[in-house]
Design a protein around this ligand. Structure first.
Ligand code: NAD
Ligand code: TYD
Length: 353
């Protein structure tokens, strides 16, 4: 079996669902269930004995030791993290605790467990660390996309904490020989995405008749990848990635934020037209920019394609249509994640917007 951390969050839950459907191998899922963790994401696995859910913290060494001894996983896939840039600006402490200290504790537990494994199991063991393109910093409009050799230059508390965790993973390989793999992926979108991030926030706000807040001039560029393509890339790296290597994952889909929001509005106009016949785009409002806002991210995904033969299955057009349709089909999921804590966040972040 494998140990997945953060498997009740957006990407982790998609990964666990796809893993069990495609590989069938059992999963121990360790998740703290912060505001971003949602057990309803895993409802379809309730009576599936191959999925063992454990609520807990990757920083809890005693718990990690117990889980590793009890379940003896052949791999660890580390998704657990604080993941929202705007939250990291308001309160960076949790990002340091989970992304840096938590990853450190997980690496130490993995190292002790791995060192005591019999030779064949030891040789097959993998620690896959899931990271982000944001560690590379920002690009000017004509700069080439980030390769794995791009300098690490994080600009937000979130990306700095992820870069720190990437460094720890690298050092645990270099110093102790721990068989690690690191993936740095671009912005994901798709089902189960918490509506504090751009795409789900815009869908949810549009349908609720609320404003669609664009930071600054809306010309910041992100490189978008459908979440299930990210999951297939992680499976492939776990299967065949070279130890100690980093793989950038992306879909060659650079788009300015305003274009993303206009696309979402056009799909909603088609699939769920407003009663007054107006476009959802009339709800767009420009608000104060994010401090230190990175202007452009772009992933050069040639290494993973060349070495591992991975390519995304979705184009942006097919992926965004599926995503908007999923939110239209799952209003109860949206309602359920919009708890009191979510409402407090929205009030704080968009006060006066
Ligand atoms: P998310 O915020 O939706 O989910 C994070 C999950 O981790 C939640 O279920 C949360 O409960 C859990 N968690 C948080 N702290 C924990 C702790 N201390 N111990 C155990 N569990 C804890 O995040 P996501 O968007 O699914 O991102 C998953 C991973 O992928 C993160 O490491 C993130 O940096 C990385 N990533 C995300 C994107 C993206 O676009 N969302 C892109 C590239 C990489
Ligand atoms: P986000 O989904 O938070 O991802 P990240 O900051 O990790 O790339 O934001 C994506 C882009 O959308 C980013 O440039 C910030 C912008 N954005 C808005 O313009 N308005 C919003 O309300 C949000 C949440 C994001």
């Amino acid at each position: 079996m494998i140990l997945v951390t953060g498997g009740a969050g957006f990407i982790g839950a998609n990964f666990v669902l796809d893993w069990l459907a495609s590989q069938g191998e059992a999963v121990v899922n360790l998740d703290k269930l912060t505001y971003a963790g949602n057990l309803h994401n895993l409802d379809s696995l309730r009576s599936d004995a191959r999925h063992v859910f454990v609520q807990g913290d990757i920083g809890d060494r005693a718990l990690l030791d117990r889980l590793l001894a009890e379940h003896r996983p052949r791999a660890i896939v580390n998704f657990a993290a604080e993941s929202h840039v705007d939250r990291s600006i308001h309160g960076p402490e949790d990002f340091i605790q989970t992304n840096v200290v938590g990853t450190f504790r997980l690496l130490e537990a993995a190292r002790q467990y791995w060192q005591a494994l019999p030779a064949t199991e030891k040789g097959a063991f993998r620690f896959l660390h899931v990271s982000t393109d944001e560690v590379y910093g920002t690009l000017a409009p004509t700069d080439p996309a980030f390769t794995e050799d791009h300098r690490v230059e994080p600009n937000s508390p979130y990306s700095a904490s992820k870069a720190a965790s990437d460094h720890l993973v690298r050092a645990w390989h270099h110093t102790y020989g721990l068989p690690v793999l690191t993936t740095n992926c671009s912005n994901n979108y798709g089902p189960l995405h918490f509506p504090e991030k751009l795409i789900p926030l815009m869908i949810v706000n549009a349908l609720a008749g609320k404003s669609l807040p664009i930071y600054g001039d809306g010309m910041q560029i992100r490189d978008w990848l459908y979440v299930r393509d990210h999951c297939s890339a992680i499976r492939r790296v776990l299967e065949a990635g070279r130890l100690g290597e980093t793989y950038n994952i992306g879909g060659w889909n650079e788009k300015p934020n305003i274009e993303i929001v206009n696309t979402v509005c056009a799909l909603l106009d088609e699939l769920r037209p407003r009663a007054d016949g107006q476009s959802y785009a009339t709800q767009i409002t420009y608000v104060t920019d994010r401090p230190g806002h990175d202007r452009r991210y772009a992933i050069d995904a040639r290494k993973i394609e060349r070495e591992l033969g991975w390519k995304p299955a979705e184009t942006f057009d097919t992926g965004i249509r599926k995503t908007v349709q999923w939110y239209l089909d799952n209003p109860e999921w949206v309602q359920q994640v919009q708890t009191g804590a979510y409402r407090d966040w929205v009030a704080k972040q968009y006060a006066g917007a």
